[in-house]
Design a protein around this ligand. Structure first.
Ligand SMILES: Cc1cc2nc3c(=O)[nH]c(=O)nc-3n(C[C@H](O)[C@H](O)[C@H](O)COP(=O)(O)OP(=O)(O)OC[C@H]3O[C@@H](n4cnc5c(N)ncnc54)[C@H](O)[C@@H]3O)c2cc1C
Length: 595
């Protein structure tokens, strides 16, 4: 990377109060040859081995799927974050990001991959004892063994800690597990399961369970809307005797395992969505360039250009945000003093630090890919609705992204909730910033933007204004509701939307500014994409903020707040029509996502 961020910049959520310089931000343009090599390895594997097996996978040929898992393991793709001691290849988070993007080009295999790499290998590495790591990691990383993660139950989904699966402690220190886990990815054929159960009905704990142990069985395959090429079954545990050394982490600390795993899982899910979105843009543009109506390719129509341009701009923001976040996580890990070889703690701490950004990645990723996949289907017209074209399959496969790894509703509640906790603990100076803003709003000479010149200066300023809107809404909400704020889910969800728009827009602007600074060949397109993001975000942020304020105040107080909001959000609309047309034309010329 071009430079290393300051200590303050490697804190999760710090972007909300700090100014970031473009050259300090990781972008897709800064990937190294090593990143490109691992990307190519993943891309060739998916294109060459997995995609041709699509029909057999859809028919649930799990023998073939296991062979593919083995091939994937042999290429090193499961162990990008794991030290060589355990069979991994120990690369940075950017490598994991690019691998996730490529693997998602086959959604079902992506689900299998995610359950193995993110949900089984990672918790074993981060929480396993040396003996557990040595026993399980090499087999899982090589793909010889398959793993699954068993948190959900029929009555305990979002409220995972209310699980009913029991672990009864035995006099010899072992446990007997009974219960039924639901919707388990890789459930039909996995060998190793991370299972969450309550010790003596109370202490939520993670266990490592092997299929070979008596009493472990899989239920029937679920008939799903999509992801037909991935296995989803219940896991039934009938009086399974589990040795004492199969506890993963500590007894009663299962929530630490569960939530930390989800932190990274969410980030990687965002990356997978980004990969799927890019592939869909490619499909859309190829179809639009060849399908003729009224004697011309449909790609020449303004309405279709609007779609292609908007799809590109939204993906640009998502991609910018993901690379920025991966860069921050890598910097945080690298900045850990006295890092010991094979120690998973720095990674664990870094993932915890960036839990807010991981939730943002999950929500923005899953909603961006759904938008893009929906527009891809629309561009295909009737052909989009029939099985002969892949668009309908993508549409079905992608829908679950808003549901698993914490539903988007739950993640929206977490985003402001976690930030406010950081503020109250004094880890982020949000309260001071909110107070300063309040004084500024009250003063008649509220500071107005200066007239500095440069690339995307107005957009950079707009992002500064978005942050002030976050502080204004969060401050008002805390004052209005106090400790009862967590019951105000609608306000929190609006606030999450404003935060997501802000982080994504700023990431897009910083990337485009950096592209200008480093003289990237297609800098004009970077600038177009970033300007579209900011312009559209401004509208959505204003709407969300107005709805929030109206929920919290009325009469003169509301009028004063709305006036302050208008002064803060003075964003002149850009001619996004012409920008989208340019992006669309460039996309057609390239035959795919243009960045
Ligand atoms: C294909 C697939 C694969 C899966 N793989 C796995 C896996 O490998 N391992 C695993 O453990 N699980 C897995 N899951 C389960 C998945 O994680 C859960 O479905 C998810 O967490 C939601 O739980 P639920 O289905 O019980 O929905 P519920 O929790 O019942 O939620 C229903 C609705 O209510 C909302 N809601 C719930 N609580 C709140 C609240 N407090 N505030 C506001 N809204 C709320 C939700 O957002 C949702 O819209 C998988 C699911 C699917 C479909």
């Amino acid at each position: 990377m071009a430079s290393v961020a300051s200590e303050a910049a490697v804190k999760g959520g710090a972007w909300l109060v700090d100014e970031t310089s473009p050259d300090r931000v990781m972008t897709p343009e800064k990937v190294t040859e090593e990143h490109e090599m691992i990307r190519q390895t993943a891309a060739e594997f998916i294109k060459g081995e997995v995609v041709p097996a699509h029909e057999r996978l859809e028919q649930k040929d799990w023998k073939l799927l296991r062979e593919l898992v083995k091939k994937c393991g042999a290429l090193g793709l499961f162990g990008t974050n794991i030290p060589e001691t355990y069979g991994g290849v120990d690369l940075d988070k950017i490598s994991t990001l690019v691998v996730s993007e490529e693997v998602s080009h086959h959604a079902s295999f992506g689900a299998t991959f995610g359950a193995q790499a993110n949900l089984t290998i990672l918790p074993l590495y981060m929480f396993g004892t040396e003996a557990q790591r040595t026993k399980y990691l090499p087999g899982l990383i090589s793909g010889e063994a398959v793993g699954a993660y068993c948190l959900s139950e029929s009555g305990a989904g979002s409220d995972a800690l209310s699980a009913k699966t029991r672990a009864v402690r035995q006099p010899d220190g072992s446990f007997v597990l009974s219960g039924e886990k639901m919707w388990i990815t890789n459930g039909g054929f996995a060998d190793v399961f991370i299972v969450f159960a309550k010790v003596d009905g109370e202490q939520f704990t993670a266990f490592i369970v092997e299929r070979a142990w008596p009493g472990v069985t899989s239920g029937k395959e679920e008939h799903k809307l999509g992801l037909h090429g991935s296995s989803t079954t219940p896991l039934i545990l009938q009086d399974v005797k589990v040795p004492a050394d199969a506890v993963l982490g500590e007894i009663g600390k299962g929530h630490k395992v569960a939530f930390n795993v989800l932190n990274f899982g969410r980030f990687k899910l965002g990356a997978m969505c980004s990969g799927g979105a890019k592939a869909s843009i490619g499909e859309a543009v190829k179809y639009a360039a060849t399908r003729k109506q009224f004697g011309v390719p449909i790609a020449t129509f303004g309405a279709i250009k609007h779609k292609l341009g908007e799809m590109t701009a939204r993906e640009y923001a998502l991609e910018s945000m993901l690379f920025r976040t991966a860069g921050l996580i890598d910097q945080r890990i690298a900045a850990t003093p006295d890092k010991k070889k094979d120690d998973g703690t720095p990674m664990l701490q870094a993932l915890e630090e960036f839990a807010v950004e991981a939730s943002i990645a999950k929500v923005l990723g899953s909603e961006t890919v759904d938008y893009i996949i929906d527009e891809n289907l629309q561009i295909h017209g009737g052909n989009g609705f029939v099985h002969d074209y892949p668009a309908e399959g993508h549409y079905r496969d992608a829908r679950v992204n808003r549901i698993f790894e914490g539903t988007n509703e739950i993640n929206r509640l977490l985003i402001p909730g976690m930030l406010m906790k950081k503020a109250l603990k004094g880890e982020l100076p949000l309260l001071a910033a909110a107070k300063k803003l309040q004084d500024e709003i009250m003063s008649p000479s509220m500071s107005l933007p200066d007239d500095a010149e440069g690339v995307l200066v107005a957009e950079g300023r707009a992002c500064g204004a978005f942050k002030k809107v976050v502080l204004m809404i969060a401050g008002t909400a805390m004052q209005t509701y106090g400790t009862k704020l967590e019951q105000e889910q609608e306000v929190l969800s609006y606030l999450a939307d404003i935060l997501i728009e802000t982080y994504a827009s700023e990431s897009a602007v910083l990337r485009a500014q950096d592209a200008a600074g480093t003289k990237q060949p297609n800098v004009d397109l970077h600038v177009d994409a970033a300007r579209i993001c900011v312009s559209e975000s401004a509208g959505r942020i204003e709407l969300a903020a107005r709805s929030c304020l109206a929920a919290m105040a009325e009469g003169d107080v509301l009028r004063t707040q709305l006036a302050a909001l208008r002064r803060l959000l003075k964003v002149t609309p850009a001619n996004t029509v012409v920008m989208r047309r340019r992006l669309a034309d460039a996309t057609v010329a390239k035959g795919g996502y243009v960045f």
